[in-house]
Design a protein around this ligand. Structure first.
Ligand SMILES: C[S@@+](CC[C@H](N)C(=O)[O-])C[C@H]1O[C@@H](n2cnc3c(N)ncnc32)[C@H](O)[C@@H]1O
Length: 401
C-alpha cells in the first residue's frame, strides 16, 4: 500500500471529538452513581438485614469489590468464548450495577456526544409519534437506556416542546438484572420532574433474536450494547440475519446503536455484521446509512486481520465509588475505550460526509523525524497516510486524504 503525505494546503486535521477530553457528564450523574445505585445495591444485595437501610460506606465498597474484581477478570480478552450466565449470581449483578453500569453508561454518553444529531433524531421521532419507544437488546440493567434518560434530563428542548412519553422495551436472557435496572429507572424518573410519570418499562426475558416480534413497528432508537462479545448466537441457520432485517425495518428516528468493548474479537464481529447488513441491503449501501464511525459504506478494512476498529476517548468519569473500584482494579481511568457502529434510520439519514476527509483508525504506526504514518479508513484495505510529525494526529481524528 503506497504511503502518501497529504498536501498541507488542502485541509486541516480536524480534532474529532473522539480525541477531545470530555468531562461534561449529565448534571444528575453524580447523584445517580453515588446515591441511587449504591443505595439500591445495599438494600437489595447486602447479606445482612441490619445493613440494608444504612448509607453505603467504605466497608460496603470493600465487601462488593470482590465481585467487581472477579467480574473484571471474566470480561478480559482471555474470556471463555461462551461466557457463563454470570447474572444468575447476585454477586455479579451487584458488581455490574456498582462498577460496570457507570463504566458502560459513560461510553454510551461519549457516543451520544459524538452523534448528538442522532440522539435528536430519536427525540424528534418520539415527539412526532407522541411516545419515544426505546428498545434495548441484551439490556442487562438497561445501561444504555439509563444513559439516554440522563442525557434527556440535560437536553435543551425547543421552546414550547416537552419530552414525550417514553416506553422502554428491554430484552435479556436474565430476568433478575432486568428487574434491577427497572428499579433504577423508577428511582431516576421519580427524582426528576422532567421524567416523573413519563417513563414506562416493558421487560422481556428471552434471546435478542426473538425480540422483533415483540417490539413496536416503529421505534425511536434501538440499543445493542455489549452483546456480540457474549458470543451467543441462535442455533438455527439464518435466524440472526433474519432478526437483524426485522430490527432494521422497525428502526426509525435515531436508528440502531451497537456498542462493543474495544477488543479485537467483538470489534471484528461488529464490522463483519456491518458488512453483511450492507451486502444483503438490510441497510442501503450509502455513507448516509451510518452516523459513525464509518464515512463510507464500502467493506470495512478492519473486519479481519491484525487491526480492529476501536477508539479511546479521554474522559474522567465522576463518582466516589467508581473511583474507589477503579483504584482497586489498578485501572484509574482517564479514557473510555470502545468500538461502535451507529446505523441511521431511513427517515433520518446521517449527513453526507465531506468527500476529502478520512477517519484515522490507528495511532501512529511509524515515526521518523519529519513524519508519522497513520492508518485511515478506506473501503477494503486501510490507507497509510504520512502526517507531519508535529501534528499529533490520533485514532479517531479526521484528516484530509
Ligand atoms: C455485558 S452485558 C451488557 C448489558 C448492557 N447492554 C450494557 O451495555 O451494560 C451483556 C448482556 O447480554 C445478555 N445476553 C447474553 N446473551 C443474550 C441473548 N442471546 N439474548 C439476549 N440477551 C443476552 C446478558 O444476560 C447480559 O445482560
Amino acid at each position: 500500500m503506497p504511503t502518501k503525505t497529504p498536501p498541507r494546503a488542502k485541509g486541516k486535521t480536524s480534532r474529532s471529538p473522539l480525541t477531545r477530553t470530555v468531562n461534561a457528564f449529565p448534571a444528575a450523574w453524580t447523584w445517580f452513581v453515588d446515591e441511587l445505585i449504591p443505595t439500591y445495591v445495599k438494600k437489595k444485595y447486602s447479606p445482612r438485614e441490619s445493613w440494608k437501610d444504612k448509607p453505603f460506606t467504605t466497608d460496603d465498597a470493600r465487601f462488593f469489590f470482590k465481585g467487581v474484581n472477579e467480574l473484571s477478570e471474566l470480561f478480559t480478552e482471555e474470556r471463555p468464548r461462551q461466557l457463563p450466565d454470570y447474572f444468575a449470581h447476585p454477586k455479579f449483578r451487584s458488581s455490574y450495577l456498582l462498577y460496570f453500569l457507570p463504566l458502560q453508561a459513560a461510553k454510551f454518553l461519549s457516543i451520544f456526544r459524538l452523534h448528538s444529531e442522532a440522539v435528536r433524531a430519536a427525540l424528534r421521532h418520539g415527539q412526532k409519534d407522541g411516545t419515544l419507544h426505546l428498545v434495548d437488546l441484551g439490556a442487562g440493567p438497561g445501561t444504555a437506556s439509563l444513559a439516554f434518560l440522563l442525557w434527556l434530563l440535560d437536553e435543551r428542548l425547543e421552546p414550547g416542546k416537552e419530552l414525550p412519553s417514553i416506553e422502554l422495551h428491554w430484552f435479556d436472557t436474565n430476568g433478575a438484572i432486568l428487574q434491577d435496572g427497572a428499579a433504577l429507572v423508577e428511582g431516576l424518573a421519580d427524582q426528576f420532574p422532567r421524567l416523573r410519570g413519563k417513563v414506562k418499562g416493558h421487560t422481556h426475558v428471552g434471546p435478542w433474536w426473538k425480540a422483533p416480534a415483540q417490539f413496536p413497528q416503529e421505534t425511536s432508537l434501538i440499543f445493542f450494547g455489549n452483546v456480540l462479545n457474549e458470543a451467543v448466537l441462535p442455533q438455527k441457520e439464518g435466524e440472526a440475519s433474519q432478526a437483524w432485517s426485522r430490527i432494521l425495518e422497525r428502526a426509525h428516528g435515531g436508528g440502531v446503536l451497537v456498542l462493543e468493548p474495544a477488543l479485537r474479537h467483538s470489534a471484528q464481529l461488529m464490522s463483519q455484521l456491518r458488512d453483511e447488513l450492507i451486502e444483503v441491503q438490510a441497510i442501503e449501501p450509502s455513507a448516509q446509512s451510518i452516523w459513525g464511525p464509518c464515512l463510507h459504506a464500502g467493506r470495512c478494512p478492519l473486519a479481519t486481520g491484525r487491526d480492529w476498529c476501536h477508539f479511546s476517548v479521554p474522559a474522567s468519569i465522576p463518582g466516589r465509588w467508581f473511583a474507589s473500584f477503579s483504584k482497586g482494579l489498578g485501572s484509574e481511568r482517564h479514557w473510555v475505550k470502545f468500538s461502535y457502529l451507529w446505523l441511521a434510520s431511513k427517515d433520518a439519514p446521517a449527513p453526507r460526509p465531506a468527500a476529502h476527509l478520512r477517519r484515522v483508525v490507528s495511532d501512529p504506526i511509524q515515526k521518523d523525524r519529519n513524519a508519522d504514518v497513520v492508518l485511515t479508513c478506506e473501503p477494503e484495505h486501510p490507507g497509510r497516510v504520512r502526517v507531519p510529525a508535529d501534528s499529533h494526529v490520533h485514532r479517531g481524528d479526521l484528516i484530509p486524504a
